[in-house]
Design a protein around this ligand. Structure first.
Ligand code: ATP
Ligand code: MG
Length: 445
C-alpha cells in the first residue's frame, strides 16, 4: 500500500478524552473514530489489525476442530424468556421493539440462540462432540464505557459453544479451549494467564479468565510470578488426546493465579514471598463449563448409547476480539507509539523513501515494494513529500515492527537500512538481503 493512496488520518495532538495509552495511540494512529459513547468506526489501519486478530482466532479454532457459523446480532426476546435471562440480564441489555411490536434485543452473548440451533438439529450422541462458534458484534449497555475499545458498548467477540454427551467429554472440551486460547494469545505476542474466576450471571463452576498484565487493567490479580514464564511455544498438541490436553491445562493452572473474586489469602501467602505478586490485568477471554443449565431450561437433549434421553452438557468460551487491540497496545508500546507484534501488525514492514522525487531512489523503492509483494509481505510505503523526521515519527507511531529506509547515500553503496521498531537497531544491507531477512522473520509467524 502506498501511503499517498491510503486513508491514514494520523492526529498530531493527543486527544484529551483518552485516559490510557492504547486509546490515545489508537486515536492518534487513525485506527478508530468514536461515533457514540463506546461505539467506534474501525478506520482502515485499525480494521486491518482487527482482521489479523480474527484470522488468528479462526486458525486456532480450526486447529482445535471447532466449527464457525454466524448468528445474527438481533435476537427475539422470547428465546431469552425460555432461559429466564430476559429479566435477569438487567440494564446492560439493549431492548428493541420492531414495527410489529415484537420484542427483540441486541445480543450481549448467544447461549440461548445456539441452544435453539442445537435442539432443532441434533438428536443423537453420535453427532457429538460438537463445538460451534462465531465472531460477531455484541452490545452491552455498559454504565461506564471507557478506555476506547477496551470497554466498549458495541464490541467484537468470539464466542464458542460446546455440546457433549457427558461431563468428562464436556471437561475435555473445556480443556481444549484453554489450550487453543493459550496458543491464540501467544501468536498475538501476548502472555495471557489463565486465572480461576467466579462464574457470574452465565452460571457454572468451572471457569477461567485469561488476563494480560497491564497497569491499566481493570481487574486486580494475585499470582505466583513463575506463572509468567510458562509458554506453550511450538509444541505439538493433539486436541483429541484428552490426557495430553489435560496435562497442558494442569501445567498452566497449578501455580497460583487468581482474580480478586476468587483470591484466597492463605493460599497466596503459601507462595515464597519473592514470587508473590499483586498486579492489574486486562481480561481478554473467559472459558466456562456450565453443564445443563441452558439445555435443561430449553429442552436440548440427546439420545445416548443406551437409548435414554439426557440434556446435553454445555460450555461457552469467549475471546474479546476488539478488546485485544487495546490489550496488545497496553502490553507493547513506548513513548513514540505502538510496537505491533509480528503476528498482528497491520503491515509487516514499512518503506521510507528519504528523497521522494529522486529518480533512482523512487525506482529502488518501487523495486523493493515489488519484491516484498512477491513474498506475500505487503509493505506500507511512505511515498509522501514529508521530511524524513516526519516519516519516521509516523512509522514509529503506527508501530510497524520493521522499517526499510531507502536514500541516495545508501543506494550509492548498494545499501538500504533495516530497522527494528522494538530495539531501534538498524542494519545496512542490500535490498535483496533486506527482503530475505523480512521474509525469514515472518516465515515463523
Ligand atoms: P468484563 O468483566 O470485562 O465486563 P465479562 O466477563 O462480562 O467482561 P464475558 O462475558 O466473559 O465478559 O465476555 C468474553 C470476553 O469479551 C471478555 O473476556 C472480554 O475480553 C470481552 N468483553 C466483555 N465485555 C466487553 C466490553 N464491554 N468491551 C470490549 N470487550 C468486552
Ligand atoms: Mg468474563
Amino acid at each position: 500500500m502506498r501511503l499517498s493512496r491510503y486513508f491514514l488520518p494520523v492526529l498530531k495532538e493527543t486527544p484529551s478524552e483518552a485516559q490510557i495509552v492504547s486509546h490515545r495511540y489508537m486515536l492518534r494512529a487513525g485506527m478508530i473514530k468514536q461515533q457514540a459513547a463506546g461505539i467506534y468506526s474501525w478506520l482502515p489501519l485499525g480494521y486491518r489489525v482487527l482482521k489479523r486478530i480474527e484470522t488468528i482466532v479462526h486458525e486456532e479454532q480450526a486447529r482445535a476442530g471447532h466449527i464457525p457459523l454466524l448468528m445474527p446480532t438481533l435476537q427475539p426476546a422470547d428465546l431469552w424468556r425460555e432461559s429466564g435471562r430476559y429479566d435477569d440480564y438487567g440494564e446492560e441489555m439493549l431492548r428493541i421493539t420492531d414495527r410489529h411490536k415484537r420484542e427483540m434485543l441486541y445480543g450481549p452473548t448467544n447461549e440461548e440462540m445456539i441452544t435453539d440451533i442445537f435442539r432443532s438439529n441434533v438428536e443423537s450422541y453420535k453427532q457429538l462432540p460438537l463445538t460451534l462458534y462465531h465472531i460477531q458484534w455484541k452490545f452491552r449497555d455498559e454504565v461506564r464505557p471507557r478506555f476506547g475499545v477496551m470497554r466498549g458498548r458495541e464490541f467484537l467477540m468470539k464466542d464458542g459453544y460446546t455440546f457433549d454427551v457427558d461431563r468428562d467429554s464436556a471437561l475435555h472440551a473445556y480443556n481444549r479451549h484453554m489450550v487453543s486460547y493459550l496458543r491464540t494469545y501467544e501468536r498475538m505476542g501476548l502472555t495471557a494467564i489463565p486465572m480461576r474466576a467466579a462464574s457470574g450471571p452465565i452460571g457454572g463452576d468451572n471457569t477461567h479468565e485469561f488476563l494480560v498484565l497491564a497497569s491499566t487493567g481493570e481487574s486486580e490479580v494475585f499470582f505466583d510470578t513463575a506463572v509468567t514464564d510458562l509458554k506453550l511455544g511450538q509444541r505439538d498438541v493433539n486436541y483429541d488426546d484428552r490426557e495430553q490436553v489435560a496435562k497442558v491445562c494442569e501445567e498452566f493452572t497449578t501455580l497460583y493465579a487468581r482474580t480478586d473474586e476468587t483470591h484466597d489469602e492463605a493460599l497466596f501467602n503459601a507462595i515464597p514471598e519473592e514470587r508473590r505478586k499483586v498486579a492489574r490485568g486486562i481480561e481478554v477471554g473467559q472459558i466456562f463449563y456450565f453443564g445443563t443449565k441452558y439445555s435443561e431450561a430449553m429442552g436440548a437433549t440427546v439420545v445416548t448409547a443406551d437409548g435414554s434421553r439426557v440434556p446435553v452438557e454445555m460450555g461457552s468460551h469467549g475471546i474479546g476480539v476488539s478488546r485485544l487491540l487495546g490489550a496488545i497496545i497496553e502490553a507493547s508500546h513506548d513513548d513514540k507509539g505502538i510496537i505491533w507484534p509480528e503476528g498482528v501488525t497491520p503491515f509487516p514492514v514499512g518503506i521510507v523513501n528519504l528523497k521522494q522525487g529522486d529518480g533512482a531512489t523512487d525506482a529502488a523503492c518501487d523495486a523493493l515494494y515489488a519484491a516484498l509483494m512477491a513474498q506475500g509481505l505487503e509493505p506500507l510505503y511512505d511515498d509522501s513529500d514529508d521530511r524524513a523526521g516526519a516519516k519516521f515519527a509516523k512509522m514509529d507511531l503506527i508501530g510497524l515492527p520493521w522499517r526499510i529506509t531507502v536514500g541516495p547515500r545508501g543506494l550509492a553503496a548498494g545499501k538500504v537500512e533495516l530497522t527494528s521498531r522494538r530495539t531501534g537497531i538498524s542494519e545496512e544491507m542490500s535490498p535483496e538481503a533486506a527482503v530475505a531477512r523480512v521474509a525469514e522473520i515472518y516465515a515463523g509467524v
